[in-house]
Structures are given as structure tokens and as C-alpha cells.
Design a protein around this ligand. Structure first.
Ligand SMILES: *[C@@H]1O[C@H](CO)[C@@H](O)[C@H](O)[C@H]1NC(C)=O
Ligand SMILES: *[C@@H]1O[C@H](CO)[C@@H](O)[C@H](O)[C@H]1NC(C)=O
Length: 399
């Protein structure tokens, strides 16, 4: 009997030790989040182990299991959900059921997942798009795009661009009853990266006549030149998106060759002849005091030019929208940037806010003090609904 008790106590404390992740004390529902982190870490470690054994690429294994959190396109009492192909790209379409006397808002959504994972069919994205369509009386297009490691930059960008420019055709907008004056683009994480990138490119495209009214960037990744920002330093071991995983996603976007990832982690991937680009991601001048307190700016370190020659994508503005120069930024549509305090990508978003404002773009910055990466996808946490409300409220007023 006593042995059993001791065994149970030991197992219990081992379990608690395994689940226990020290979290900042302003995090809401910490135990629930810790439980989810423990599950997600276990799965990640299993996949990494399988990769180590040579079974398959980590991202392929992860993507193989995505179907477990996907849902079919099912209409409900408020929204009709269908699948369509926009210029060869599969998308999910959410159209409100209620009758509308006027044309509707249109919203083009791009899911996250580090350019490697995810789909519009994931439960969390389906929920978000369905909710947006219903509450804003908007037609929501949630796009898919081809993913790494099978496809690398610029395929992800081009797929999204192709689907969006198709949606922006006047005949297509008319078919869906969308007002060409009220179309916005949104995305989270890698989807926020793609949203910012396609929004910039559309400004320069004479073939697309309809212009975007808004862009909503939810904890977007916007640059990979400097992975030593204060947000990377402070959150490098924060679960969900530690710096190691962020570097892996970034490098997988361009290549399966792990040498880029290694250089990214050392912050030694940019060749010296690209040194002029650092001014676009200079956190010392682009971050407000509150985000840089306690940190010292180190002058950039450089690497060989070999990586940049082999994988020029990582210095391409279509992959790193912060690299746009000032003239490219002027004329961008009204913007909502959402950033989270406990997120390596926080300072990407904050720097983009500064750069846009410096160039006369109207920007709303919503900073979530107790937020963390991917929070808008955690349907069992309250913070998810808080963020969804902030996201939709801004669109209601601005789109
Ligand atoms: C339909 O919309 C109403 C009003 O917005 C809401 O109360 C209801 O929960 C929605 N139904 C579904 C299935 O989402
Ligand atoms: C970054 O900004 C700081 C302060 O504004 C400046 O002293 C430094 O030279 C800049 N560095 C680069 C690489 O732009």
C-alpha cells in the first residue's frame, strides 16, 4: 500500500514537473496553457525524434497529422461555406446567409504555420473566418498555398498573390456581391508576412485595378535579417515559438539545407555587401523606448556571401516586407498590426508600425501585454476570443 502511494506521488510530481513551464505572471489561465504546451512539446519532440531517425522531414511529419485538426467545409445557419479554386489555388469561401441589400465587405485571409504547415481547413482558421463573415456580414476568402519543404519561396508568395489578384477582379467581386471599395487582406504569423508582402506588391501591379482598403497583420513575421532583436532575446525560450523554431521556419521557407538555419541562429547570414539593408530593421532607431529598455544594440555581424547567392530569397522584400524602402511604403492601405508581448516576432510588428507611420500610412497598433504567439488559434483559451474581438472590431470600423 505504502509503495503504491509513493509510486503515485512520484508519478504525480514527475507529471507536474513535466507539465510545469514557468510562465510570466500576467498570463491568463496559466495551467491550461501549460497543459497545452506540454502536449505540443511532446508532439514536437516525437516528430523531431522521428526526423532524427531519418523517418521523414520534421515538417512533413507534422503536416501529415494536420488533418486531425481540420474540419470539412460545413455551412451553418448563418454562413454558407464552400470550396473553390481561384486561378488554380484552392480556397475556402464564407458567404453570409442573410439577405443583403447592398454589396458586402470582402476579406482575404492567409493562414499561418511558418510557410511549412497549416491550411484554411484547420478548425481554428475555419472558426475565425466563419465568425468574421457572420459578424461583419463579409465575404471571407480563406486561401491555401503550397508549403515548404516541398515548395520554397517564392511559391508561397506567388500562390497567395495569384489567388488574391483573382479575387480582386471586378467580375469575381461582382459574382460574390463584394464592394470593390471595401476589400481587405489579413493573416497571422507567416500569413501576416504574406499579407504584408502581397499588399506591397499590389501597389506596383498595373494589372490589378481594385485596391485594398485595409491590411490586418496578426503577429506577423516581417524580417529575418536580425534575429537578435529584444523580442528574440526576451522570448528565445518561450514555448510555442522559441527562437530555434522561428529560425527553422525562416530557413525552410528558402531551403531545406540546414546551413542557412545555423547561420540565422548565429545572426551571421547577411553578406557585408547587403549592409545597407540593416537600416530598415534597425531596432535601435525603430522601436519605442518601452520595447528596447534594458537592451544594447550590437552592430550587425556578417557572413559569407555564399548563402545569399544560393538563397537570395531571404534578402527579398517579398519575403521580408520590412526591407521595403520608404517610397514603397507610402500609399499602403490603412493597417492594423497586432503584436504580443511574449513573442519573438513582436518587434517585427512594432518596427513595421514605426516604418508605416513614418511614411504617412494610417496604422492602429494593438499590443497584447499578456499575449503570446498563436494565441488567436487557441480556441480553448479566453485570450483567443479577446484577440478575435479586437481583430473584428477594427475591421468593423475600418473596412
Ligand atoms: C448565428 O448568428 C447568431 C447571431 O450572430 C449567433 O447567436 C449564433 O450563435 C450563430 N450560429 C452559429 C452556428 O454560429
Ligand atoms: C542603428 O541606429 C542607431 C541609433 O539610431 C545608430 O547609431 C546606428 O548606426 C544604426 N545602425 C545601423 C546599422 O543602421
Amino acid at each position: 500500500m505504502r509503495k503504491k502511494t509513493i509510486l503515485l506521488l512520484t508519478m504525480g510530481s514527475l507529471g507536474a514537473y513535466y507539465v510545469y513551464t514557468p510562465l510570466p505572471n500576467n498570463i491568463e489561465e496559466p495551467w491550461r496553457l501549460m497543459g497545452m504546451i506540454a502536449v505540443s512539446n511532446t508532439i514536437t519532440n516525437l516528430f523531431l525524434f522521428a526526423e532524427f531517425l531519418g523517418i521523414n522531414h520534421f515538417m512533413n511529419i507534422a503536416m501529415f497529422f494536420i488533418f486531425l485538426i481540420e474540419v470539412p467545409p460545413t455551412s451553418d445557419e448563418n454562413v454558407t461555406v464552400t470550396e473553390a479554386t481561384f486561378n488554380g489555388i484552392p480556397v475556402r469561401v464564407y458567404v453570409p446567409r442573410r439577405k443583403s441589400e447592398t454589396l458586402r465587405r470582402g476579406l482575404f485571409y492567409i493562414h499561418g504555420g511558418g510557410w511549412c504547415l497549416g491550411s484554411a481547413a484547420m478548425l481554428s482558421y475555419d472558426f475565425l473566418s466563419r465568425n468574421t463573415a457572420n459578424r461583419l456580414d463579409a465575404v471571407v476568402i480563406s486561401t491555401n498555398y503550397r508549403l515548404a519543404p516541398k515548395y520554397h519561396f517564392p511559391i508561397q508568395f506567388e500562390d497567395v498573390y495569384r489567388a488574391l489578384s483573382w479575387f480582386l477582379r471586378r467580375d469575381i467581386l461582382e459574382k460574390y456581391g463584394v464592394d470593390p471599395e471595401r476589400v481587405g487582406v489579413s493573416g497571422d504569423s507567416a500569413g501576416g508576412n504574406l499579407a504584408a508582402a502581397v499588399t506591397q506588391q499590389l501597389l506596383e501591379d498595373p494589372n490589378v485595378k481594385v485596391k485594398l482598403k485595409t491590411q490586418s497583420l496578426i503577429y506577423p513575421a516581417l524580417q529575418n535579417l536580425d534575429l537578435d532583436l529584444p523580442s528574440y532575446r526576451e522570448n528565445s525560450h518561450f514555448p510555442i515559438l522559441p527562437k530555434s523554431l522561428a529560425a527553422r521556419y525562416w530557413s525552410e521557407y528558402f531551403t531545406t539545407d540546414r546551413s542557412l538555419e545555423k547561420a540565422l541562429l548565429l545572426n551571421q547570414h547577411v553578406p557585408v555587401d547587403s549592409s545597407h539593408l540593416f537600416k530598415f530593421v534597425n531596432w535601435s532607431s525603430l522601436l519605442p523606448e518601452e520595447f528596447k529598455k534594458g537592451h544594447f544594440y550590437n552592430t550587425p555581424t556578417y557572413g559569407s556571401s555564399e548563402l545569399a547567392q544560393k538563397y537570395p530569397g531571404f534578402l527579398d522584400v517579398r519575403a521580408a516586407p520590412l526591407l521595403a524602402d520608404d517610397t514603397q511604403m507610402r500609399g499602403l492601405p490603412r493597417t492594423h498590426v497586432m503584436t504580443c508581448q511574449y513573442d519573438v516576432l513582436r518587434d517585427d510588428g512594432v518596427m513595421y508600425v514605426t516604418r508605416l507611420r513614418n511614411n504617412g500610412v494610417q496604422v492602429t497598433h494593438t499590443h497584447i501585454e499578456d499575449g503570446f504567439h498563436r494565441a488567436i488559434s487557441f480556441l480553448n483559451l479566453k485570450i483567443c476570443y479577446r484577440m478575435i474581438n479586437q481583430y473584428i472590431d477594427w475591421l468593423r470600423e475600418n473596412l
